[in-house]
Every structure is written in structure tokens, then in C-alpha cells.
Design a protein around this ligand. Sequence first.
Ligand code: GLN
Length: 495
Amino acid sequence: MTDVIRFSAARTAAAIAAGELSALEATQAALDRIAKVDDRINAFLHVDVDGAVAAARDVDRRRAAGERLGPLAGVPLALKDVLTARGMPTTCGSRMLEGWKPPYDATVVSKLRAAGVVIIGKVNMDEFAMGSSTENSAYGPTRNPWDTDRIPGGSSGGSAAAVAAFETPISIGTDTGGSIRQPAAVCGLVGVKPTYGGVSRYGLVAFSSSLDQAGPLARTVTDAALLHAAIAGHDPLDTTSIELPVPGVVAAAASRDLRGVRIGVVRELSGDGYDIGVRARFSDALEVLVGLGAEVVEVSCPHFTYALPAYYLIAPSECSSNLARFDAMRFGLRIGDDGEAGAEEVMTRTRGAGFGAEVKRRIILGTYALSSGYYDAYYGQAQKVRTLISQDFAAAYERVDVLVSPTTPTVAFRLGEKIDDPVAMYLSDLCTIPSNLAGGPAMSLPIGLADGLPVGFQIMAPTFADDRLYQVGGALEAALDAARGHPFLDDAPAL
Ligand code: GLN
């Protein structure tokens, strides 16, 4: 079966369960594909051949013993290098952690292993998840499989590129301000940020603890739902994990009818600054939703305009505190420990050499915003804006079931295009940040091409109504696939 790499995760697992394909063959197909294309994509930082083969063999053994396998058993997966997995290095895309091997699995990883998912390796990212292009990685940029001169988005660029390049059918990313949805959008994938507290953060190296959330990237809405269901759920090891049942995302993904569903188009997330092609695809998708029976209305969320500045105070503030743990004493890199220098000097030298420019910029910004005398003016104000944004969402959800917008203002830009202009780079997350600030779930799914590049459609829902994303996303995807005559990713370059 030469096209195994093009199978969805659901189809791969079904073929394995039926005995038509072995987990080992699926794993080997992924490894061969990585060997063939990854020198052009640079998605993988570490390929765990032995671990993947052992996990695949275990699935095959369990099947042979007559065990009933789960819906993702034997499916290869790429893991963002910000989650710990025993036996593999965790770098967070930084020199600071080069060579560090964590002694434990993140809860997301334990759940994947329990589901029989085969973790192929660790994938590239912006350093400590700060960025929108994966150009901030200390290990070189990842490239967009649709056009290798362009960015794959970030910070989960490796997770998106691996799936779009058919290296693995699914991957895990993390989203603090858009880092699952934005790369999903520019690589033509489905990406979901679950409700904050819905997926455990234990073993997820913290960037901004009140915003970070791990979630699925996939080529179909159903695959994203299967992966979402596999990693979600309460975890006593994460005190911000919420003790509520996982929403019925898999069943919701099968929806094909949107009669009675009220959809709100966020007025503040459109207009100037959005590519013409992005706007055109967005309007087309709204028409498809109306055709499926949904009621589409415009909704105003006035404080969304302040989401970006509030985020760029809150996220750096939290990161300045979280990254203090990289002190040259406990993890990874240590520079200048010549027997003469004191601890503080070694710390200074190590942090100076180990962190890249963007990480330093954020630590400086955050330290300033939290300093006494400025705390109320910056961090305190940003927290108030955060409350106002949550109130905008609450008011909107009295009128509609979900909110929608383009995922990103533009399609994938060229490598290097925004690297010297941090503010232009920050604008990539204009539409995605409000959901992180308020905690609600959000999905991006592909709705077509503009200038030959993928355009993403964002769906947002109230907290713990993650199933609504899949209901609307599943119906929209099915209608678009039917109109096109084939799944979106069939149009991706062969590489
Ligand atoms: N691009 C945003 C930032 O640089 C979001 C990052 C993320 O979601 N991890 O902070």
C-alpha cells in the first residue's frame, strides 16, 4: 500500500484493526516519508526510530492476541518539542535545553501511549513557543510544504508541516495565542485549541501558564476529534485541569446539518489589513454555512481590538517568571563555569548565550511590565482588558452558538519577510488571541486557496462547548469536500 502516508488517522487505525495493514507498516511508511522529504521541510528535531518501532510492534501484538484496539491505535504522530516524553530529548526549540532528556512523560504523552498512538518523534517550534513562523527556533526554520520558501506558521510550525507533508497523519501542537490554529491555517489543516483546563498541562514546558493549551492538528475534522478525545480529560497532576466530562467531540464531527445553529461573524475581526483572497474565501464559507441551514448574523465584540496589546503584556509577564527556572543550575546548558565565576555570573553567561533574541525581548518586556511602579499601569490594565474580552464573549454567546472569523489576516508569508519586524509578526495572531484570553475553545479548518495557498476559517465556542466546533467544522468540511470532489489536502504538492 504505497499511499498509506495519505490515509487519514481514522482510516489508518481502521485498516490496522481490520488486519489489512500492520502498525509496523504504518510506522515504516512514516519513517520512509520523513527520510524522503524532511531535509526539505525540517519538521523533525528528533526521530525516535526504536521507540516508534517498539510501540508499533506492541499494537500489532495486542491485535494478534485478540485485543480490541482504540480508534487511534497504531497511528503515527509527531509531538511538539515542548512536551516531555521519556526516552526523547526535549529542547523547546532552544539551545538552553539542548541535550536535556526529561525523566517523565507529559500527561498528554501518557494518554497517547495508552491509546496505542505511535510517537514518531519531536518536531520543531519557535523557541519556547514564542513566534508565528518557526523562524525563532534555534534549530533552523521549518518550511511550508505548500511552498517551501514560505513559513509554516508558528509556534507549532513543525507539527503543522509534518502533517501537511504527509510525514504523519496527526500531530500535537500547543496554543498560547494561536500557535495551533495559525500554523493549521497556513498549512491547510484542521487545528484545535481546546477549552483551557480541558487538556492537562503537566509536562508541557510553560510559556504563559494561564494561556497555554495543547491540542490536535490533523487533515480532517474527524481525525482532530479523535485526537482531542484521546488527550483530554481531568488530571490531578495539573491544578488548572477542570473536572468535567470531555465534550462529545467525535460524535459532533459527524454532523452534516446546521439547521437551527446560530453563527456570529465578529465584526472586529475583518476589514482592513486582511488579504482580499482571505476575505473572499471567508465570505464563500459563510454562504456554505447558510446553505447548511445555519443562521448567520454579525456580532460586535468591541474589546477584541485590545486583545493583541493585552496579550503582549500578559504573555511576556508570565514568561519572564516561568523562564526564570532556566538558571544554568538545574537544566540543560551551562556556560562559563570555569571554576572562578560565581553562580550569578554563570547564570548570566548561560542565559545570555542560551536564549534567542525573541525570548530575551519577551523576558525584558515582562520583567518591566511586572516591576513595582509599572505593575498597575501595564499588567493590571491588561488583566482588566482580559475581563472585558470575556464579557464580550459572554454577551455574544447569548445571541449565537458559535463565533467565526478568518483564522489569520494573510496566507503564509515568505521566510524572512517579518523576522525583523516583531509587531508585524505579532499581527498574525490578531484573530486567535481573544479565545486564549477568555479560555474558550477554537478551531481552524481549511476553506480553500488564495494565491494557491491555504486559507483558514476560525470557529470559536463557549468554554466546555468544544463539541460545537466539531459540529460546525464537520458539516462545513463535508460540504466543501463534496463541492470540490475531493478532500482539501489532495491539492497539496506531492514534494
Ligand atoms: N505567536 C504568538 C506569540 O508569539 C502565539 C504563540 C503561541 O501560541 N505559542 O506569542
